[in-house]
Design a protein around this ligand. Structure first.
Ligand code: HEM
Ligand code: HEM
Length: 179
């Protein structure tokens, strides 16, 4: 099939694209903050960069919740792809969504187990996911770190695939998510 680069527009509506790029930006910032903030120990206080990590984290939780609700109620036009590529893209997108939920939830549960409040824009306090001192919440800190790596690997593959579509296949898939 001969597809030009505009053949697949429009696919995602404005809200879906806004949420996609907002979340991409917040997650990039969250990795930078996560890896530059001080190591977290038993008596660490949630100040400075750690407070930023919790604040950006709360924004990610809210944005991902909006995105999943929006996606469940607004289906994008299907991509014109071969069957294997369609299967691979559905699988990686589902895995991306799973990690967009699991990574923040594990971090949030860990914050709760440390007695740290998670607040959206410094105002709206989220409920605690675990009790203060909870061993499960403590263990979820390690799960959070490992799953954050898995998310990073998947994002690198996802961006690589988007660029592959643009540069090699020239099939307009990247345009589906651009203005
Ligand atoms: C933190 C970074 C990112 C995350 C978590 C992410 C996540 C996702 C997810 C979950 C989807 C599936 C959308 C759906 O069908 O509901 C998607 C689609 C898409 N993303 Fe990303 N993305 C990220 C960054 C990027 C970047 C940097 C690019 C471009 C270089 C990109 C290009 C695309 C494109 C073109 C689609 C549409 C694919 C299609 O319709 O088949 N994404 N992204
Ligand atoms: C996709 C979103 C997120 C990403 C990519 C991310 C990434 C990271 C990274 C890279 C670290 C450092 C891990 C290490 O040095 O081993 C970290 C630690 C941490 N994050 Fe997140 N994070 C996210 C969301 C959240 C959220 C929503 C919260 C809480 C509301 C949170 C709370 C924490 C806590 C408490 C730690 C310290 C864990 C420990 O060392 O036991 N994170 N995060």
């Amino acid at each position: 099939m001969n597809l030009n680069t505009f053949a697949q527009r429009p696919a995602y509506d404005g809200i879906a694209r806004l949420l996609h790029w907002l979340i991409a930006l917040l997650i990039a910032a969250q990795f930078v903050v996560g890896w530059t903030m001080p190591d977290v120990h038993r008596d660490t206080l949630p100040n400075g960069l750690i407070a930023w990590h919790l604040g950006v984290g709360a924004a990610i939780v809210a944005a991902v919740a909006c995105r999943i609700l929006w996606r469940a109620t607004h289906t994008p036009a299907p991509a014109e792809l071969s069957r294997p590529l369609k299967l691979i893209s559905h699988f990686t997108h589902a895995l991306l969504y799973a990690l967009l939920v699991a990574v923040p939830l594990a971090g949030w549960a860990n914050a709760s187990s440390r007695g740290w409040a998670v607040k959206l824009l410094g105002v709206v306090r989220f409920p605690d996911l675990t009790q203060s001192g909870s061993p499960t919440g403590h263990a979820l800190g390690d799960v959070h770190s490992v799953l954050a790596w898995a998310l990073l690997v998947l994002i690198v593959l996802h961006v690589g695939a988007a660029l592959f579509h643009r540069v090699v296949l020239k099939d307009g898939v990247l345009q589906r998510m651009l203005p």
